[in-house]
Each structure stands twice: as C-alpha cells, then as structure tokens.
Design a binder for this molecule. Sequence first.
Ligand SMILES: [Zn+2]
Ligand SMILES: [Zn+2]
Length: 265
Amino acid sequence: MLIDTHTHLDDKQFDKDRDEVIARAFANGVKKIINVGAGLGSSRRSVELAEKYENIFAAVGFHPHYFNKYGESSFGKIAELRELARHKKVIAVGEIGLDYFSHNEKKIGEKEKESQKAGFISQLDLARKLNLPVIIHCRDAYDDCYEIMQKYVDLKFVFHCYGGNMEFTKKLLWYKNIHFSFTGNITYAKAGSEIIEAIKKIPMNKIILETDCPYLAPTPMRGKRNEPLLVRYIGKKIAELKNFSEDDASRITTKNASRFFGFVL
Ligand SMILES: [Zn+2]
Ligand SMILES: [Zn+2]
C-alpha cells in the first residue's frame, strides 16, 4: 500500500488516457494520490481531479517560475488561490519555493530571485492562515530557502524531489516538522552521490514517496512518461538503501505521508 504524494496528472501528457492511468494505480496498491498545482490553472485542475476521484487529493500553489513568468500579476492571483485552498479536499499548499536553476542558459537574475522570494513568502503566510502543510520545490536555492523558512518554523514542510547536500540535510534534520520526499531520480543516482548519502542519513520516519509524474520516471522506465503506478520502484530503492524489506518501507512511508497530510488510514 503506497501513497503517491506528488503528481501532475492534469498535465497534457495524460489527456488521452488519464482515467486509465489513475485506475491502473488504484488497482495495483496505490491507495491515495496528491495532485499538485504549479499555477492557477493547474491548481484548479487539481481540485477538479480531487472532486472526481475519492482517493485523489489536491495541493494548490504557485511554482517559483510562475512569479517570473507572470510578474506582478501573479501576486493578484494569490487571492484566487486562497479561495481554492478552502476546498475540503485541498490538503496542502504547494508546490511553492525557490528555483534558481538556469533553464536553457537563461540565468535567474536578482530581480527574478526577489520576485520568487516574495511569492514564496505570501504563500507561506497563506499556509499559516489556513493551517495547511507545505510542499516545497527548491532547486539551487537552499540557503535562501532556509533563511525564509526560519520565520515559519511553526509550519509543516516536505521537500519534494529532495536533492540537498549533506550540510543542508543536517541543518534540516533539527526540525521535527520537516519531511523529505523522493522521486524516480534516486533509482539511477550513483552510489556515493550526495543524494544517496543524504537518504542514508535521513531517518526512515521522515521519508515519503512521490513520482512527480509525468516527469522523472524511475528505472526501468527512465526516459518514458512517469505515472503513479511506478511509485513502487521508488519505494523499492528506499528499502534497499535503508535496509528495510519492501513491505516495511511501503508501510512506513505510507504512515509518514498519512501523518504529514492528515489522512486517516
Ligand atoms: Zn517541483
Ligand atoms: Zn512537481
């Protein structure tokens, strides 16, 4: 029994067979799915999916790139996000955070960074007001992310697709309300790499699983479209790295996710 805590099933890549993909997961040991928003449209679609399927839940939020793409107007849309977040099947704010990685050699400049930070902070305020846990997307921005989080230590955080180094991981382990979520990239990470070392260091009761589908398909499906059914390969890899049986790893990570997101199993 597994929970896929981070999917983008509203993505165009599922337009032709979304219902089948979802049915396949639920028929093969996936108990719950959390579909995560990255902008206003995808947050709305996440809520729609949650309305349609009993075991799909929604997270709503604006990805850091959303603030770079839409500039000032994105801040105005946070009011709409607040309305969406009141829906009873919205169980988290996310994915929100900071992303300084330069795509297509387009550098993220100081102005873009400031805009991302302001967007992150407004949404952390929203999470606090609504008393919801937060799904963090953080890439190449660990120090700034950490600094902002210091003012929100009362909130619950999960770092999705976690990739922080050992130094950062050790800092985060001080906080009882921080969890770490792993996806398909751990199945092909090299032994001894930072991410593998971090997993060995993180206690089992802080680890949860996700696919981040349609992205980051695990081995043996690497390079193909990812889907919730494949979350089992991530569980298998965690079991291997932490010296647990596969059954125990699924049971524990499912329990962790349920506790974190407030599911009753
Ligand atoms: Zn992300
Ligand atoms: Zn995502």
